[in-house]
Design a binder for this molecule. Structure first.
Ligand SMILES: *Cc1c(COP(=O)(O)O)cnc(C)c1O
Length: 388
């Protein structure tokens, strides 16, 4: 079959399965309300956990930054694209996370591709949680292509991981995990993973996309939540397009590890540095996160209110303490129908189906934000109860 025919066939298959993806155009900034197709929807579909995506101060910092530093960086970081705002942001992220040094990248996807495949090549072994984010899975595939051996352990199964580590003769070992799992909202047992890393001389690579800004004192993230140190055998990746409300990502670690990545990571080296105004906006966002206890208190009050409200509903919530609150519906069509029924009533809650989640666990992924009011949460709870 030639390519043209194959594309037609496969897209038609997606249509038949009801899996063809289409984007919704928003006629409003990201916020608690989203205007879609001329209608205002209450938005439970974004990762804007602190409601910073449309924050005026951050937008102003971006505008000022663009006027002061121009629209573009002009080159990759190693050539001539590393401007003073990038450098300042990296220092501030290092200080904020407690690591000696940090590197910023344009997206979390690129940050994950920068870490595991660069550190794990021939003779290395990578141990990865089965429910890791797609970008970590792609990073593993690249590590494999670089000669590393890759083993996936059952979700959060520390005993299984211990057996794999004990059996591994590899000199370089990397444990790779999401800190907060993006479709379940649960946490990785980071203290136990860190103990295993110490015992088996492995490094721990943590993707804190959903913990950064939200968990721990000052929103410092999952490591701070568990009171774990910024240890040299830990590499912490965080994204800056979720709670931080802007875009981009960082990797924080020891001076040596970060310098190595700066020299060797292809997804860092061979791409244009993010616009300096993005760094300016992120510096403002970081300051807001640092002193954002009221935002986090509002977020956690909303999470508690939602969980209390939905307790005992025919669809169970997974036991998540984070802003990601999955309501398990089970059947694919039923999850999609529930999402549509909510939309008709002015509520935007996406349905997530296999293969993104395991078969039989199709769900609504409710994203809670500090920007929601108590009335917003009550409206979702009441509507779901009516639909049940
Ligand atoms: C969103 C996400 C990423 C990718 O980050 P981007 O900045 O959106 O590219 C990586 N890991 C996890 C767990 C995520 O949820």
């Amino acid at each position: 079959m030639n390519l043209e025919d194959r594309l037609n066939t496969e897209l038609a298959e997606l249509d038949v399965l009801g899996l063809r993806r289409r984007r919704r155009v928003l006629d409003s900034p990201c916020g608690r309300l989203a205007t879609v197709d001329g209608r205002e929807l209450l938005n439970f579909a974004s990762n804007d956990y602190l409601g910073l995506a449309a924050n005026r101060d951050i937008a102003q910092a971006m505008a000022d930054g663009a006027l002061a530093w121009g629209a573009g960086s002009g080159a990759s970081h190693l050539v001539s694209g590393h401007l003073a705002p990038h450098e300042a942001l990296e220092s501030e992220i290092a200080a904020f996370t407690g690591f000696p040094r940090a590197l910023t990248l344009s997206t979390g996807y690129l940050a994950n591709l920068a870490v595991t495949p660069t550190l794990a090549g021939r003779g290395a072994a990578v141990f990865a949680d089965k429910l890791n984010h797609a970008s970590l899975i792609d990073a593993m595939q690249l590590a494999k292509a670089n000669g590393a051996e890759v083993q996936r352990y059952p979700h959060n199964d520390v005993a299984a991981l211990e057996r794999l580590l004990a059996a591994s003769p590899a000199g370089t070992k990397l444990i790779v995990t999401d800190a907060v799992f993006s479709m379940d909202g649960d946490l990785a047992p980071l203290p136990l993973l860190f103990q295993l890393a110490e015992r088996f001389d492995a490094w721990l690579v943590i993707d804190d996309a959903h913990g950064f800004g939200v968990l721990g004192p000052h929103g410092r993230g999952s490591l701070a939540h568990f009171n774990l140190p910024a240890h040299p055998r830990i590499l912490l990746m965080g994204t800056l397009g979720k709670a931080a409300g802007v875009g981009g990502a960082f990797v924080a670690g020891s001076e040596r590890a970060i310098d190595y990545l700066l020299n060797k990571a292809r997804s860092y080296i061979f791409t244009t540095a993010a616009p300096p105004a993005v760094a300016c906006a992120l510096r403002r966002s970081l300051a807001i996160i640092d002193t954002g206890e009221a935002l986090r208190a509002a977020l956690f009050a909303n999470i508690g209110r939602l969980r209390d409200g939905l307790a005992g509903l025919r669809w169970p919530l997974l036991p998540s303490l984070t802003a990601i609150q999955p309501l398990i519906v089970g059947d694919n069509a039923a999850a999609v129908a529930l999402s549509s029924a909510l939309r008709e009533r002015g509520l935007w809650v996406p349905a997530i189906r296999p293969p993104t989640v395991p078969k039989g666990t199709a769900r609504l992924r409710i994203s809670v934000s500090a920007a929601h009011t108590a009335d917003d949460i009550d409206r979702l709870v009441t509507t779901l109860k009516e639909l049940a």
